[in-house]
Design a protein around this ligand. Structure first.
Ligand code: F3S
Length: 388
């Protein structure tokens, strides 16, 4: 792998141990994946923020960089943390967890990382351009920016995205190269999809079939951005899809002798039933990936003037929450008894320690992860059904 003189100096430790370690990480990945060189990135998005997922070993890892003076050299953003950073006590988060979580946030802050704590930075104006190389790590965000915006990133891990943020570069392989941005499956969807949960179910179905390949979709009708966000997130969770195309909607559409998959109405219905294990649940979560303003508006309209009998927790970014507050949606949801939570997500917060055993969601990704990682029984359905 070719390194410039400057990169070699960093690799040899002439700019300190933190940059050296970051460079070693990028070069090691580059060698594994056959990269020819490093390329500059426009931004980095760093996962591995929740204390629940990284633990004390993760704190030691990131602290090594900050203690040795590391600073990020490109615009860098954080994935959700393990709690709402200002209202954690209301959500039943324990003091001991909050202390560790705040420690993590301060370490990232010291390195100059923006404390965005969202998996949908593209909903708060962080939208990389077509063809721009970036190093993002949240799988649903990777899927969105690669596919819907046409930016170029691999599914980075927390450590490699942090290394890319510090060096400002990543190894040139995978989805940074034209030859890999080609679909090998053509998915002909013969079903009329209406709701976010329909797209989530389609994503779970197709992700299982194509695993880490690139699918290209022919849909019956145009999908909204929220629906495509749900589709990509579900495929990234049931498989490891990082890039997909939608005919007439995504900026790229390249196919090479694709295998054909047909998806019918009954396939979607069957999968929706399979994702549900229990209809009577303790609580309802919406916002995986984090809700857009439109999604919050839709929920506010559904619960307006009602009194909820079960917990309804809605997850979004801090900025979208502020906007929703200005529009009056947060007050409507609060009056009904619901909560709008920012900075965190249902999967990386410790909901299983808060007494919840069963959860309803409209997200294909959350349906899979809440069962696997948070010991929840699931009711999968659209917003209309689960708020009802
Ligand atoms: Fe976002 Fe958490 Fe879902 S990071 S995509 S809300 S699992």
């Amino acid at each position: 792998m070719y390194l410039t003189k400057e990169e070699e100096r960093i690799y040899d430790g002439e700019e300190g141990v933190a940059k050296q370690k970051a460079m070693e990480l990028l070069v090691a990945l580059g060698k594994i994946y056959g990269a020819d060189k490093l390329i500059p990135v426009g931004s980095a998005q760093i996962a591995g923020v929740s204390y629940k997922t990284i633990g004390d070993a993760g704190i030691d890892f990131i602290r090594f960089f900050s203690d040795n003076g590391a600073k990020v050299s490109v615009n860098s953003y954080l994935n959700p943390a393990g709690m709402d950073l200002s209202n954690w006590a209301d959500a039943g988060v324990k003091n001991s967890f909050a202390k560790k979580q705040n420690e993590i946030i301060e370490i990232f802050r010291k390195m100059g990382i923006n404390i965005t704590c969202t998996c949908t930075p593209y909903l708060i104006g962080i939208r990389p351009k077509l063809g721009e190389h970036i190093a993002w790590s949240e799988s649903s965000a990777v899927s969105f920016v690669n596919s819907i915006l046409g930016a170029r990133t691999n599914r980075e891990g927390g450590p490699s995205s942090l290394a890319a943020a510090i060096i400002g570069k990543t190894a040139n392989y995978g989805y940074h190269l034209d030859e890999n941005r080609v679909a090998n499956f053509l998915v002909r969807v013969r079903a009329k999809l209406k709701t976010i949960s329909d797209y989530g179910a389609l994503g779970v179905y197709v992700g299982r079939l194509v695993q880490n390949s690139v699918p290209a979709f022919e849909l019956v009708q145009q999908a909204t951005e929220d629906q495509l966000k749900a589709l990509g997130a579900a495929m990234a969770a049931s498989g490891a899809v990082a890039l997909f195309f939608v005919k007439g909607q995504t900026p790229e559409w390249f196919l090479d002798s694709p295998e054909i998959i047909e998806v019918k109405e009954e396939d979607i219905e069957k999968l929706k039933k399979e994702l549900t294990d229990e209809k009577d649940v303790d609580h309802v979560v919406i916002g995986c990936p984090h809700c857009s303003l439109d999604e919050i508006k839709n929920i506010a309209e559904k619960v307006h003037g009602k009194k909820l009998k079960k917990e309804l927790w809605i997850y979004t970014s801090r900025q979208v929450k502020e906007e929703a507050d200005k529009q009056g949606y947060i007050e409507i949801i609060k009056d009904a008894g619901g909560k709008v939570i920012s900075d965190t997500c249902p999967v990386v917060s410790p909901i299983e320690d808060m007494g919840f055993k069963s959860t309803a969601t409209n997200s294909g990704k959350a349906a899979l992860y809440l069962k696997k990682l948070c010991k929840q029984k699931i009711h999968f359905g659209d917003v209309e059904e689960i708020t009802e």
